[in-house]
Design a protein around this ligand. Structure first.
Ligand SMILES: Nc1nc2c(ncn2[C@@H]2O[C@H](COP(=O)(O)OP(=O)(O)O)[C@@H](O)[C@H]2O)c(=O)[nH]1
Ligand SMILES: Nc1ncnc2c1ncn2[C@@H]1O[C@H](COP(=O)(O)OP(=O)(O)O)[C@@H](O)[C@H]1O
Length: 257
């Protein structure tokens, strides 16, 4: 229903009216007026290539990339305020307590969260907002925002390739790699919960698919009479990326390979 409405149907506002979920008074998109940005959430296993893909996809675009808070130690070369806002657990938990995160989750022993205020401001400016977060947090965004969040699951070609990427990146100890891979199995089995699934095997193709998905979602906010041939091509491609095309067997094939 959700995807059909967006991809084949009338402008998005009509989809919202069709939603049964109540809009709470602290719902960030409920406060926006006029043209607004898209809220796009990239999720998927650690090491699948979310960061790599995101940098190529967003190069040259004026979007707002949300910088998360985390309690994990900065890696060599990471800068406070650029990769993450690095904080102590007490500071993180105080912000969580005050409702300062759109979502937050624990991942392999550390807290990660998306600060809410800058997102609200960017959406109000009409900028697309991009989150790159793990699966539990993405599920929280889904339940809080409903169809107003565009959730994209980035799928590895196989678990063997995911292990190769995590090992090749050389940022984690072997023990932490194993923890990430264990978590990845569960995360992959949840892929059907998200609107789109992009397989990051060939990076250039995956970048093209992210661009098409974004274009299709923008087009879906306008009346069909305004769609260009490029919009229509993007919509056609985005339909093929829709998670309804996935079977449980597809997911098991990734996890077991
Ligand atoms: N829920 C949630 N997850 C996040 C957030 N920021 C980053 N993550 C995810 O937390 C996981 C671990 O991140 P990190 O320690 O940087 O490892 P890496 O992504 O493998 O380089 C990754 O899947 C990130 O996408 C956030 O604000 N919220
Ligand atoms: N399509 C791809 N093919 C091969 N290697 C890739 C691809 N995408 C990313 N990588 C590599 O995989 C590793 C993990 O990528 P990264 O972007 O850090 O993942 P994530 O942000 O999901 O944790 C990096 O070394 C990156 O260069």
């Amino acid at each position: 229903m959700r995807g059909v409405c967006l991809l084949f149907g009338p402008p998005r506002q009509v989809c919202f009216l069709a939603m049964t979920e109540p809009v709470s008074s602290n719902d960030i998109s409920a406060k926006t007026a006029g043209p607004r940005g898209l809220l796009i959430v990239m999720t998927g296993a650690s090491g699948v290539g979310k960061g790599t893909l995101r940098e190529k996809w967003l190069a040259g675009q004026d979007v707002f990339y949300s910088t998360s808070w985390t309690t994990r130690e900065a890696r060599e070369g990471e800068v406070n305020g650029r990769e993450y806002i690095f904080v102590k657990p007490a500071e993180f938990l105080a912000k969580a307590e005050q409702g300062g995160f759109l979502e937050h989750a624990q991942f392999v022993g550390n807290h990660y969260g998306t600060p809410i205020e800058p997102i609200e401001a960017a959406l109000e400016r009409g900028q697309d907002v991009i989150l790159e977060i793990e699966v539990e947090g993405a599920m929280q965004v889904k339940s809080r925002m409903g169809d107003r969040a565009i959730l994209v699951f980035i799928m590895p070609p196989s678990l063997t390739e995911l292990r190769r990427r995590l090992t090749g990146r050389a940022t984690e100890t072997p023990e932490r790699i194993e923890k990430r891979l264990t978590r990845a199995r569960d995360e992959i089995m949840e892929a059907h919960e998200f609107r789109y699934v992009v397989v990051n095997d060939d990076l250039e193709r995956a970048v093209g698919e992210m661009q098409a998905m974004q274009r299709a979602e923008r087009a879906a906010q306008r009346p069909e009479s305004e769609w260009t041939p490029e919009d229509r091509a993007a919509i056609e491609l985005a339909q093929r990326l829709h998670s309804r095309t996935l079977t449980r067997e597809d997911l098991l094939n990734v996890v077991n390979s």
